[in-house]
Write a protein that binds this ligand. Sequence first.
Ligand SMILES: C[S@@+](CC[C@H](N)C(=O)[O-])C[C@H]1O[C@@H](n2cnc3c(N)ncnc32)[C@H](O)[C@@H]1O
Length: 275
Amino acid sequence: MDIIKSISFSQTEILQNIVDLHTGPIQADVTFGNGAFYRGTYQKSGLPWPQFRFDIEPRGSGIIPADVCHLPIKDSCLRNIVFDPPFMARTGPGAILKARFGELVGTIRDLWNFYFLAMREIHRVLAPGGWLVFKCQNGVLSGKNNNTYRQICNMAETLGLEWVDEFILLATRRMMHPNHKVQRHARKFHCFFVVFRKRPLWKEKSMSDQDIEKRFTYRPPKESQPKKYEILRASAKELAYLITNLCPDSREKALALTKLEETVMWANASIARNE
Ligand SMILES: C[S@@+](CC[C@H](N)C(=O)[O-])C[C@H]1O[C@@H](n2cnc3c(N)ncnc32)[C@H](O)[C@@H]1O
């Protein structure tokens, strides 16, 4: 048996390995470009084109013009998605929009923000248990070594996308800036294909930590609050008497009184937790 390795010099091989090991046939590519991922360079055949091919600037027929942050797809319906966005940010004179070559005008924060919005949208359209294959790269911008990979993993985690695997695409050559004299960081000769999985429903956290804190922390009443509680309770008491006197004894009557009690409790909680 051929072992599937985490490294390769061929992106088609990496994608093929991801398909075999994790995702099954690719259903959607949201930054399709000119479809280089699916060309037959590895084992000649290449990969079948995804059913859904999107790009903000489509080059070729059959590619749907769409912004990855606003996909024309219903919630929770895709099995897997490939995402290969622009991977560099650039500011200052000479910065032009070169999204198709992997560059986005703006700061590295703008680029990460774009990734966050895109991943949030991808999370929306993926079915629970669905896969995201994210091609990304670290790099140096204005002398700072940016760990984009780590950012993406952190953002994915908060969105409910679990890190599952990583593959490293190696390069033999990289362009060098002609004016580059002093080197402070390693020139990156690799990029990542990160495999994430949307948390299946049974693993979704039913409550965030923030929620738990909000719901289960005691709050001493503030000055104006006891008066409000009193008004609410007095009105509910009136209704409770009406229900008791007008309604025939029954399961429904008992439920009405219980729900009224609950209503007062929730109304009070809304004041206690949010004021
Ligand atoms: C690095 S290239 C992708 C190359 C592609 N994987 C291929 O095999 O040719 C980045 C692509 O993202 C597209 N793109 C940039 N911003 C986008 C957005 N907001 N929504 C969708 N596509 C976008 C660009 O048009 C470009 O085709």
